[in-house]
Design a protein around this ligand. Sequence first.
Ligand code: AKG
Length: 288
Amino acid sequence: MLANTTRTLTEAQREQWAVDGYLQIAGALSPAEVAFFSELLDEVRTKPGYEPAPTELPRGHYAWKLPDQNKDAFMDRRDLLPHHQAFIDLIDRPAVFDLILDLMGPYIQFSMSQAIIRASTDTFPGYIHTDGGEAQKTIRVSETSRPLAVKVMYLLTDVTEPDSGNFTVFPGSHLRPFAERAERIPNPKTPGAVPLLGKAGDAYVFPHAIWHGPSPNHSGKARKTILYNYCQMFMRAYDYSGPYKALFERCTPRQRRLLGDLGHGPDFRPGDFFYAPLDQETVMKGAA
Ligand SMILES: O=C(O)CCC(=O)C(=O)O
């Protein structure tokens, strides 16, 4: 694990990103921030929002509903930003967003926010997937390419033993074909799976292309995480369509740009998100 002190990738981080396909940032959130966001998620749970609706909608689709009110029960809340200013400010939190910029370049947007609580239970076996659905399973950029889309997972609870709802990866799987035949469906116990350990406040950074997922959680305590997604500008955001106008007044210029404000008014026009505005690099550096 590598503490991030330089705020841009170290050589070791660059190599780990290229070879293993992910990074672990120690202490990305302070203990006070961990406590704050953890309480905030408990509060989010008390209000309805976008949650999975497995009996009503296909897998991966979300309906407006209230989750289980037990704080340690499963929750999978999408579109966190409207709930609190702190969620907006986490979009471009310096020590992590600097790495995102270094990895992805400046022509990016924010595409998704999510909070997942993995309850301790004997009934959840975990699962393995790429992000980006069916398409990203077969799209693999090279070691030297910028990624198409990247996720940051912030741990809000310690995950220091296997089978604790660990974020589990197949290192290097972002670069090679990955068998997914019916008789060989990958799962968190498939040879090659690495269940990552971490402390509350650590963050994992990984591209959509890496095969990953949650391990079972038999730890006796719930595992809490926040996930933030970034993609190249020409791709589609998952939590909103077109500029996220409702949030612009609460955002800095850089946050607004990341949420689709291209500086020519709040409405979408054909051709947007193809060529970036001329000040894109300056805005991403936070100087605008
Ligand atoms: O660990 C989890 O709860 C799921 C994380 C994951 O696989 C994802 O965000 O794509």
